[in-house]
Ligand binder design. Structure first.
Ligand code: URP
Ligand code: ZN
Ligand code: ZN
Length: 472
């Protein structure tokens, strides 16, 4: 077994930081050592097969992106990143685990969806991967199938109050699935927007000739996110089930999560970098068809309304617990499907490579502490989705998923030649980060170093999720 020593760095966890060396034996962290024992450090340096010099750098647990959609069939096309290209890009950016959504479409089965997602991902991935289940058709059989999900290593499932005719579920369907979740120890997740009302507004806008990408945002007011978030939380309370609200964008929706948590309910909230940095006016409202690149649901919110400040504060105080990407990229040709009607623009943005950098920048900008950065990008999602211990922590027995991050480096997010997603533009093109992902180890193997990506397709393996470690 190869021995790797990461020496001279500052190990940052969700609760603190200190100068420590990290010893990895094969795929697993064997020890976290006090570097003041110079004779031990010298001996290990001598014996290690690989020594990573982390002097002056942060050593953090590999990122966990708890919300990705590789090759997702959506909006009449497929998300442009495959498991191969998307996980490689993730590795470049310091993410060492993704949790992707296996899709049950209308008329399809839950069991087939999981099987299909295994087929898509097996042997393709650069980093480890786990699955959530999308429930796109809640019926007697899918409720039965939910009961065997945990045995497959899938302990969370997503439902939608949005997208009528596609993934939309009614309140009674949602309630029944939540009751099963409560019985089986599963974690329901919700895309919370009032889809039927949004569809009415969208149709009215198009009839008025308001067809540009900007109107995607106008058709999806924050009130409809707040309403669906509130409804979801109330349904979960009556079903005695926990619930995780994905991609929270509006301060009012966040406050629903915050209030439920303060009331002692097991409600978790996630946001995404685009909602923390970008806006309806600046990106979605960009001239011409440029805004199509930023069409995602829920939409980017108005800067004037002050959502970004409140979302950052919510991350700081744990009202929101996770930052994931909702990575669901579509190339410009695919976005062109909605050139004359924003409703036909495939919804989604490409971010899996940039999440760690963008959230690190939050520490530079004084929005969150370094420890909180580690918590919301790695430790928190590991705990919520039942991966903690193996993932989300630098400690003996954990997988050797480690990122060496240079606070004195810099990164400019760029187009084709400087990002690695299968996407012909970048959603953060030209944005500057005051830090740099230097070295990435996935289960003890260096997959990114100063020369770039040095891993191999198929390095990544399926990781079974246990029941959420936050539910108990
Ligand atoms: O626009 C989005 N969010 N696309 C991906 C599907 C979803 O709702 O998460
Ligand atoms: Zn969603
Ligand atoms: Zn999503």
């Amino acid at each position: 077994m190869a021995i790797t020593l990461i020496k001279g760095g500052t190990v940052v966890s969700s609760t603190g930081r200190s100068k420590q060396d990290v010893l990895i034996d094969g795929q697993t962290i064997a020890a976290v050592l006090d570097p003041s024992d110079t004779s031990l450090a010298a001996d290990l340096t001598e014996r290690a097969d690989t020594v990573v010099d982390a002097t002056g750098k942060y050593v953090i647990p590999g990122g966990i992106d708890a919300h990705t959609h590789m090759e997702m069939p959506f909006g009449g096309t497929f998300a442009s990143d495959t498991f191969e290209t998307g996980t490689r890009a993730a590795a470049w950016g310091g993410t060492t685990t993704i949790i992707d959504f296996a899709v049950q479409n209308k008329g399809g089965s839950v069991k087939d969806a999981i099987e299909q997602w295994h087929q898509k991902a097996a042997g393709e991935c650069a980093i480890d991967y786990a699955f959530h289940q999308i429930l796109g058709d809640i019926n007697e059989q899918s409720l039965i199938d939910l009961r065997s999900l945990a045995a497959e290593g899938v302990t969370s499932f997503k439902m939608f109050t949005a997208y009528p005719g596609v993934f939309y579920s009614t309140d009674d369907q949602i309630f029944r699935a939540m009751q099963v979740a409560a019985e089986e120890g599963l974690l329901p997740m919700m895309h919370a927007e009032n889809g039927p009302v949004i569809d009415v507004i969208a149709e009215q806008l198009v009839k008025e000739g308001k067809t540009s990408p900007y109107y995607h945002g106008i058709a999806r007011p924050w009130e409809m996110e707040e309403e669906a978030t509130h409804r979801t939380i109330m349904l979960s309370r009556v079903a005695h089930s926990p619930v995780y609200i994905v991609h929270v964008t509006a301060k009012q929706a966040m406050r629903q999560v915050q209030a439920a948590r303060a009331d002692g309910h097991l409600v978790f909230g996630e946001s995404c970098p685009q909602y923390l940095y970008q806006s309806l006016e600046e990106q979605l409202g960009a001239p011409g068809f440029e805004g199509a690149k930023y069409v995602c649901s829920p939409p980017l919110r108005s800067k004037e309304e002050g959502h970004q400040e409140d979302l950052w504060m919510a991350l700081r105080t744990d009202a929101l617990s996770v930052v994931a990407t909702d990575h669901c990229p579509f190339c410009m040709k695919q976005k062109q499907m909605g050139a004359n009607d924003f409703r036909k623009i495939p919804n989604g943005m490409g971010l899996v490579e940039h999440r760690m950098d963008l959230m690190y920048q939050g520490t530079v900008n004084g929005r969150i502490s370094l420890e909180r950065f580690v918590d919301i990008t790695s430790t928190g999602p590991a705990r919520i989705f039942g991966l903690y211990g193996r993932k989300g922590v630098i400690a003996p027995g954990a997988d050797g998923d480690v990122v060496v991050y240079d606070p004195n480096g810099s990164t400019t997010i760029g187009i084709n030649d400087t990002h690695h997603m299968n996407l012909d533009y970048s959603n953060f093109e030209g944005w500057h980060i005051d830090g740099h992902v230097d070295t990435v180890l996935s289960r003890g193997k260096v997959v990114v170093d100063e020369t770039g990506y040095v891993g191999t397709k198929g390095d990544g393996e399926f990781v079974a999720c246990k029941p959420s470690q936050m539910i108990g």
